[in-house]
Design a protein around this ligand. Structure first.
Ligand code: TRP
Length: 361
């Protein structure tokens, strides 16, 4: 399986570093995709692909890798039916919003066994102290301490070594740029630390074995508040799922928390979740008009109804496509097949290089 074709290691790396620019990001299937996921991650990523479409602004060739990080989800989701369904939902969502599987390498992490092998190798270059400092792990530890529990209660090794697996995802594909949410930046820093430890042991004459990735934070959208005004998050149960049937979507929008100002009183658009969401889907002109109507006074019910109509119209086609794919999971498998084949080739190349480097091949 590990045909270590006699490529000179340095040549290989030089090709990778000078060659195509690679953009990679992973999506963890831990919930039914909601509006916050769409505005915060899916829309900016699709826009990015659209803007670059094979080339960046210096006309360098760009390859984008988008994958479903299903093994990362296993750290928390231990119900097989639920996990399986989330994986399908995430895949169907991206395709429903227009991800072109012929222009990107769209795959599932678990289809690429090389990730697991690299993850072990990288683990041997990751200091335990680095893992101790990872935010997600530390938060659980703090929570246990607060509850006067055993500090390690309920923390599995998957949670603890999560950053190593993520480093493997990133480094396996010689990624240059990794667009993520703000909360993932520390994980990219950890991936860089691990790559650095590896390179400083094995790199020769200033040539790295593992390419240093750079994180880019998606700044475009601030944290979207949920129905109750707190951050929109599955754990607060305050999300607006993307593919609800029309009538349910309308009901949820009507539930958005508002103040008690009367129907003709002026309202501050910048203070209103309704206006925030409206702006994301509206044209510039619609947005300005709605702003004026807020300032002049609009009834909350009316504003909500118009938000619903705008969103429902926007979501109509993606919803149809999503529902079609969810009732035809074989179609989803077909879409993931091309990505799997391409990702396997890249992954094996890197892994051959790494295995040769460490003296195992
Ligand atoms: N940890 C990321 C998140 O929770 C998902 C992820 C897994 C990822 N592997 C990755 C993101 C590699 C970017 C690159 O959002």
């Amino acid at each position: 399986m590990y045909n270590n074709n006699n490529n000179n290691i340095n040549n290989n790396i030089n090709n990778n570093i000078k060659g195509i620019k690679k953009i990679l990001t992973g999506i963890k299937p831990t919930g039914t995709p909601h509006l916050g996921n769409y505005l915060g991650a899916i829309a900016p990523a699709l826009q990015y692909i659209h803007d670059h479409d094979g080339h960046d602004n210096q006309n360098q060739e760009v390859e984008s890798y988008y994958f479903i990080a299903d093994y990362h989800a296993l750290t928390t989701i231990h119900d097989p039916k639920i996990l399986h369904n989330y994986i399908l939902e995430v895949a169907a969502t991206w395709v429903a919003f227009g991800l072109d599987v012929n222009k990107t390498v769209f795959f599932r992490q678990s289809d690429i066994p090389q990730v697991m092998e690299l993850s072990w190798i990288l683990g041997c270059f990751s200091s335990k102290g680095l893992m101790n400092r990872a935010h997600a792990y530390k938060a659980l530890l703090d929570q246990n301490t607060c509850n006067e529990d055993d500090p390690d209660a309920g923390i599995n090794m998957g949670v603890y070594t999560y950053p190593v697996l993520m480093a493997a995802d990133i480094l396996l594909f010689d990624s240059d740029l990794v667009p993520v949410g703000q909360d993932q930046i520390q994980h990219i820093e950890i991936a860089r630390d691990i790559a650095k430890a590896f390179n400083s042991r094995y790199g020769k004459d200033g040539v790295d074995i593992l390419k240093m990735p750079n994180g880019i934070v998606r700044k475009e959208v601030a944290v979207l508040p949920g129905l109750d005004g707190r951050k929109m998050s599955k754990s607060y149960n305050n999300t607006i799922p993307l593919f609800l049937p029309s009538d349910k979507l309308r009901k949820l929008i009507m539930k958005i928390k508002t103040d008690s100002s009367g129907p003709t009183e002026p309202k501050n658009p910048d203070d209103s979740l309704i206006f925030t969401i409206y702006s994301e889907f509206a044209s510039e002109e619609q947005k300005n008009q709605m702003k004026q109507r807020f300032l002049n006074g609009i009834a909350w019910g009316q504003a909500k109804q118009e938000l619903f109509e705008l969103m429902d119209n926007f979501l109509k086609n993606p919803r149809e496509k999503f529902n079609y794919l969810m009732s035809n999971p074989d179609e989803i498998e077909k879409l993931l097949k091309r990505g799997k084949e391409l990702a396997l080739i890249s992954a094996q190349k890197t892994l051959n290089r790494v295995r040769k480097t460490i003296g195992i091949n």
